[in-house]
Design a protein around this ligand. Structure first.
Ligand SMILES: NC(=O)c1ccc[n+]([C@@H]2O[C@H](COP(=O)([O-])OP(=O)(O)OC[C@H]3O[C@@H](n4cnc5c(N)ncnc54)[C@H](OP(=O)(O)O)[C@@H]3O)[C@@H](O)[C@H]2O)c1
Length: 313
């Protein structure tokens, strides 16, 4: 089977399309015939030696933590699926999951059925960003209906789903993006859109109950000014989480980081919302698997609108 792998940490030029043996499922696992794999910033960060690279025991490493495909074979003890079932998954994170491949092994309890109305490319891009948004809003963020939510980087993979889920829960919604994404953010349900290239959000907003921060660093620290005294921020970029949390604590504000975790029940709920049109996954581009290096270059530029996906078959 074909898979994308790196043999050394580095830039997109390290990604190689290789012919390798097809894996076999162990107890509690399923073999997936992959249709598509989602691309996320953690993929290129990890390949370059940051991100989740500390969880890689040995190279070569095959990137990718989310997919949509069909069940090809069942490991011992798997009773909830049958061969041929169409499924999606966000799996094993932050441990290697090898989703940039024609076949992959998934823990059966981290996979859910794909609703027929949800196409495989959209399904492949839903898991990591969707569960991050879900867990940031509803677990760490404890969002309640009627609250004001500010999403920093609302046009990105996590941000565009967080915006829609916040609106779905009845929030007043503010999003930041560059001016070219204004109409896109309005289409997601944003009541107010702030162009971060022309306006400083900390000068405009002072009553947010919850900030979902997809930017991190100095921008996140400045955005703490947007919270009301009882508000909270969930900061997503792990590389700056400690400094953002410390800055929040110094102001007496609640700030937390999260690490998204696989959750098949939440993923199925998201898939149902997406298949019914209540949440829309914007696919900025779908590239063939052998263009994974180009996908990493695009993702690293930091201006993907929604999600990038690699189509496998
Ligand atoms: N902790 C976790 O478990 C976890 C999980 C998922 C993601 N993350 C992290 O969260 C961050 C966001 O992830 P993602 O997948 O949403 O990234 P992404 O899709 O690559 O985000 C791209 C978006 O960021 C926007 N953007 C760039 N700079 C901005 C700024 N200064 N202000 C506002 N928007 C800006 C861009 O909008 P414009 O084109 O309009 O500039 C673009 O639409 C990444 O650092 C990622 O690694 C963490």
């Amino acid at each position: 089977m074909k898979a994308i792998r790196i043999h050394d940490f580095g830039g997109p030029e390290q990604l190689r399309l290789e012919e390798i043996d097809c894996p076999a499922p162990g107890p509690g696992e399923v073999l997936i015939h992959n249709r598509a794999a989602g691309v996320n910033p953690i993929d290129w960060k990890t390949c370059s030696g940051g991100g989740a690279s500390s969880f890689i025991d040995a190279l070569p490493f095959c990137p990718g933590w989310e997919f949509a495909g069909s069940v090809e074979a069942l490991g011992e003890g798997v009773e909830q699926f049958r061969a041929g079932d169409e499924v999606l998954g966000f799996i094993k994170f932050p441990h290697p999951a090898s989703c940039y491949a024609e076949y992959l092994i998934a823990p059966a309890d981290q996979v859910c059925l794909r609703p027929a109305a949800l196409d495989p490319v959209s399904a492949a891009g839903l898991g990591l960003a969707g569960l991050t948004a879900w867990q940031a809003l509803f677990e760490a963020g404890e969002l309640k209906s009627g609250q004001t939510v500010l999403v920093l980087a609302a046009a990105g993979g996590v941000g565009h789903l967080a915006a829609q889920l916040a609106k779905w829960k009845g929030a007043h919604l503010i999003g930041t993006a560059s001016g070219t994404n204004k109409a896109f953010l309005q289409s997601l349900g944003c009541d107010d859109v702030i162009d971060y290239t022309r306006q400083q959000v900390e000068n405009l907003i002072h009553d947010a109950d919850l900030i979902i921060d997809g930017v991190g660093g100095e921008a996140a620290i400045k955005a703490l000014e947007c919270l009301n005294p009882h508000g909270r921020m969930v900061t997503l970029p792990s590389v700056t989480a400690a400094e953002v949390i410390a800055a929040g604590e110094a102001k007496g504000l609640k700030v937390s980081g999260i690490r998204a975790r696989p959750d098949a029940a939440q993923l199925h709920e998201l898939a149902m919302l997406a298949s019914s049109g209540k949440v829309m996954l914007n696919i900025s581009d779908s590239l063939p698997l052998d263009q994974a290096a180009e996908a990493h270059r695009l993702s690293a530029q930091g201006h993907i609108r929604g999600k990038l996906v690699l189509s496998v078959r």
